[in-house]
Design a protein around this ligand. Structure first.
Ligand SMILES: Cc1cc2nc3c(=O)[nH]c(=O)nc-3n(C[C@H](O)[C@H](O)[C@H](O)COP(=O)(O)O)c2cc1C
Length: 186
């Protein structure tokens, strides 16, 4: 079967490492990205996500950059913004089981996916990363104990660079019929 059609925004998305170091993320663009995340679905509408945002040149960005692992520090600081993602791991310092959900990490991932697609619609690129000092960020940003620092996202304007081909596991390994690993007839 030929490659199935998907939205060009999804087809063309990729985690770039070459950003335009002069591009600035405006307030309206940043608000639009965060608004897309805010409207993600979540278990019981618990919305168990939060974001820490630094734009290149501001104090938050200056505080974030030293926390990046060397592998990420090579490319992420040139992006227009660094966004760190958090999800809630307990209802709060006091017991209040209503807002806590076992699906918090799942919900955060979904919110980030929407942010990423919104970025694509604005002509921007995101590169998510896990290689940074999570505990250091939690300390620096005074993150409460019932929130878990999860990932970082570099957001900015991609510049042309040599890009390796993207690869994915074949559809037959990820989508099944009635039983696990039973091929789906498509
Ligand atoms: C949770 C998560 C953690 C990641 N951590 C890193 C990282 O630390 N460094 C990095 O260069 N890329 C990281 N990535 C990017 C992935 O390597 C990338 O999404 C994957 O190779 C697929 O490439 P694509 O996004 O261009 O399709 C991470 C992505 C996710 C979702």
């Amino acid at each position: 079967m030929d490659q199935p059609e998907i939205l060009p925004l999804l087809r063309d998305r990729r985690s770039v490492r070459a950003y335009d170091g002069r591009h600035e993320l405006g307030d309206a663009e940043l608000a639009s990205l965060l608004e897309a995340a805010r409207w993600a679905p979540s278990a019981g509408n618990s919305q168990p996500w939060a974001f820490l945002v630094g734009r290149r040149g501001d104090a938050a960005h200056d505080a974030f950059v030293p926390l990046l692992a060397p592998s990420v520090r090579r490319w992420a600081p040139a992006a227009s913004a660094l966004v760190f993602t958090l999800h809630r791991t307990a209802s709060g310092p006091e017991e209040d089981a209503l807002v806590y959900s076992d699906y918090a990490a799942y919900d955060l991932g979904q919110a980030v996916a929407l942010l990423t697609v919104q970025a694509g619609a604005l002509g921007l690129s995101c590169h998510q990363f896990a290689a940074f000092d999570h505990a250091g960020l939690a300390r620096a940003a005074a993150v409460p104990a019932h929130w878990q620092v999860t990932t970082g996202i570099a957001v900015g304007l991609a510049v042309e660079s040599e890009l390796a081909p993207r690869t994915r596991r074949p559809m037959g390994e990820v989508a099944f019929g009635a039983r696990f690993e039973e091929p789906l007839a498509l």
